[in-house]
Write a protein that binds this ligand. Structure first.
Ligand code: FEO
Ligand code: CA
Ligand code: CA
Ligand code: CA
Length: 677
């Protein structure tokens, strides 16, 4: 393979120590400012956020749990797109979930199991997507309250379905008996972008919002009925209560089904009379045009239905079909890619009807699922009706057509023998080499026992501390793929493991700290993953890789964090697995990692977040000199008596008793340079 000269060879900043402060901490020489917080008004008419649980009108305010984000340049004036403008643009971001207790004056209420409509409306509107205009002046960055491009997408926003499952009976509900339309998007986690100027938002843990009555299996024809098999595979067993009880609302408008649809029970006379199929309307990649608030988002069914974490595109090459890499974030789920049926035409990058270009590239193509072999090779298995056992005669799940394969992509992946992974989170694509990185955040010992390890998910270890054992892969790892021929269209690939999370202070170094982390860069549970935008003028040949954590196993060591890496290439790593008996007499996989160890020169902690938060979205301006980062759910483990966090009110360093708010921050280098170098 071609040798890539890595420039820079070292990271220039001093690593941020682990810590527990209620602050965002960055290296010396950098400045943090707060840009866009939960509740901030986006139109001129909405009042400032009181942050005491009395606020309303969240369809015109920032939502909660800021997640993935992406920057879209605007011309200096007007609403035209300009990909190269680093001083004015649109920030598009997901609002994945809520910290319910902080949204209401005295926390959430219910009366006899019935939630109040106003509370549930607020909770629903705190989910979805924000599009906000942001500008840089000499005073720094601000969002523009009242910009005509500002827009919220929520679980109530009209959406349409496109691709092979549009109009299929599996999508038919009382709201849209034709199965062509739906309402909104929910639990939007990671993201992707397109080369024609649109945003791809991904529906992750949508299953948890649905209620399904006890006894519902029998109504549907018993435990082996196809829709029961599907509901169970996707995490909506009978008796599921549904997060936040949204379906319990008795609306003032008796004809409204905005709330009732979160009850997926098959209680009506027919599928067209109830919302038994409403869960099939979620779990999709949703495309929206940030520059055109008049256009409804489109759910792209060709990309399959699962717990979509993100949807990151391959680099595009004229004449070659683009690919989109997608993790399904649950224990033991799969990595997917979608390859468009259409070869890339460079002129499409600047078309004005951007969603029509999305129709062209995202509504027809082939969805694949990954199988990793022990020898460092891998195969993309096509999810195509009629192939590989995806037929009507399949004994475990009879598929009716391609729509059934896409709606039930997890079941199709099972049939094809895809590799069960340690919770696939974000994908990222090196913009220079095209190599694909995937965070595998962690797994437990039940789903990843010693006997259930494989080369791509090799780690299962016991904790030597007394009373703690059988931890599976609690700290996660990052795997990476090189497509055969470096082609997005390839049906095979090579892979290695780039990096293993670990607590550098923990004993049993061969099994725990495989990558040789030290105090300056140890981490656990990698989640967010993003390659810096290429900076040709700066001489940055191999762009920086940013890694964000969402950890449970390491929060006794530090608040969640963000690291920067110079990752090298596939083939540098290649962990080797030998099964043997450890010093404590326990058989386990003994891993050696002869490739590149993480060093302070190539992996450093750049940021530590406030208490109770997770680091989520990250993107920069095109010039790389402004970094936008999302801080999700500070104070997540608190309550109204003990807030846990009062960030971002604490960011100046003072004390505060304010309720915590998810927020977007801006990071700049004091000398005006590229962030991270
Ligand atoms: Fe929403 Fe997999 O994190
Ligand atoms: Ca995530
Ligand atoms: Ca996570
Ligand atoms: Ca989260």
């Amino acid at each position: 393979q071609t040798t890539i000269t890595v420039t820079p060879a070292v990271l220039g900043f001093t690593a941020v120590p682990k810590g527990f402060d209620d602050l965002v901490k960055v290296p010396d020489g950098y400045t943090v400012s707060i840009l866009y917080r939960l509740g901030d008004p986006i139109d001129a008419a909405t009042p400032a956020f009181a942050n005491n649980g009395t606020d309303t009108g969240f369809s015109k305010r920032a939502g909660d749990h800021h997640d993935a984000l992406y920057y879209y340049g605007l011309a200096a004036t007007g609403n035209a797109r300009d990909d190269n403008n680093s001083a004015r643009g649109l920030l598009v971001m997901n609002h994945e979930n809520i910290t319910q207790v902080y949204l209401h004056a005295n926390g959430p209420t219910s009366t006899g199991g019935i939630r109040p409509e106003a509370e549930v409306l607020k909770e629903m509107e705190c989910h979805g997507v924000s599009v906000i205009e942001v500008t840089r002046s000499t005073a720094g960055w601000n969002y523009v309250q009242g910009s005509t491009l500002n827009r919220r997408t929520t679980p109530l926003t009209p959406v349409s379905f496109t691709g092979p499952a549009r109009g299929n009976a599996l999508l038919s509900t009382r709201f849209s008996t034709a199965g062509t339309d739906g309402r909104g998007t929910v639990n939007n986690c990671a993201n992707g972008f397109s080369f024609w100027g649109t945003y791809l938002t991904c529906e992750e843990n949508w299953a948890g919002y649905f209620r399904r009555a006890a006894g519902d299996n029998a109504v549907r024809g018993g435990a082996t009925a196809k829709d029961v098999v599907s509901l169970n595979r996707y995490g909506i067993p009978e008796g599921a209560s549904g997060s936040y009880g949204w379906s319990t609302v008795v609306p003032a408008d008796a004809a409204s089904t905005v709330y009732a649809r979160w009850n997926a029970s098959a209680t009506g006379a027919s599928a067209a009379a109830d919302f038994r199929n409403e869960p099939n309307q979620f779990g999709w990649v949703v495309e929206l045009d940030p520059y055109d608030p008049t256009k409804a988002p489109r759910k792209r069914t060709a990309l399959g239905r699962f717990g979509h974490e993100g949807c990151w595109p391959s680099n595009v090459v004229a004449g070659r079909k683009p690919a989109f890499y997608m993790g399904d974030d649950a224990r033991g789920e799969y990595l997917y890619k979608f390859v468009s049926a259409q070869p890339w035409v460079a002129a499409d990058a600047n078309a004005t009807d951007r969603l029509a270009i999305g129709d062209k590239y995202l509504d027809a193509g082939t969805l694949y699922v990954a199988r990793f072999a022990a020898d460092g090779t891998g195969t993309w298995l096509p999810l195509v009706f009629g192939q590989g056992g995806l037929t009507a005669s399949n004994p475990s799940y009879p598929f009716a057509d391609q729509a059934d394969v896409l709606v039930n992509a997890r079941l199709a992946g099972d049939v094809l023998g895809a590799t069960k992974m340690d919770r696939p989170e974000w994908t990222a694509v090196n913009p220079v080499t095209g190599e694909v990185y995937l965070t595998l955040t962690n797994n437990n010992a039940t789903v990843r026992p010693l006997a259930g390890t494989d080369a791509a998910n090799p780690r299962h270890y016991n904790d030597p501390r007394a009373g703690v054992a059988q931890r599976g892969n609690p700290n996660g790892h990052i795997i990476r793929l090189k497509e055969t021929g470096d082609s997005s269209e390839a049906t095979s690939f090579n892979w290695d493991i780039y990096l293993f999370g670990a607590d550098s202070a923990e004993a049993d170094a061969n099994n725990v700290n495989i990558s040789g982390l030290d105090a300056s860069n140890d981490f656990s549970s990698p989640d967010g993953l993003w390659f810096a935008r290429p900076q040709n003028a700066s001489g940055l040949v191999n762009p920086l890789l940013w890694i964000q954590t969402d950890d449970g196993a390491f929060t006794d060591r530090t608040n969640n964090q963000m690291l920067v890496a110079i990752p090298g290439r596939v083939g540098d790593g290649a962990a080797k697995v030998i099964t043997n008996t450890g010093a404590d007499g326990t058989t386990r996989n003994q891993l050696t990692y002869p490739g590149k160890a993480a060093t302070q020169a190539t992996l450093k902690r750049f940021l530590v977040g406030p208490k109770g938060c997770e680091l989520t979205g990250v993107d920069s301006t095109p010039d790389g000199r402004t970094l936008f980062v999302n801080i999700q759910h500070p104070g997540e483990d608190g309550n109204l008596t003990t807030l846990q966090s009062s960030w971002p009110a604490t960011q100046g360093g003072g004390s505060s008793t304010a309720r915590p708010r998810s927020a977007t921050i801006v990071i700049t280098k004091n000398d005006g340079g590229i962030v991270g170098l």
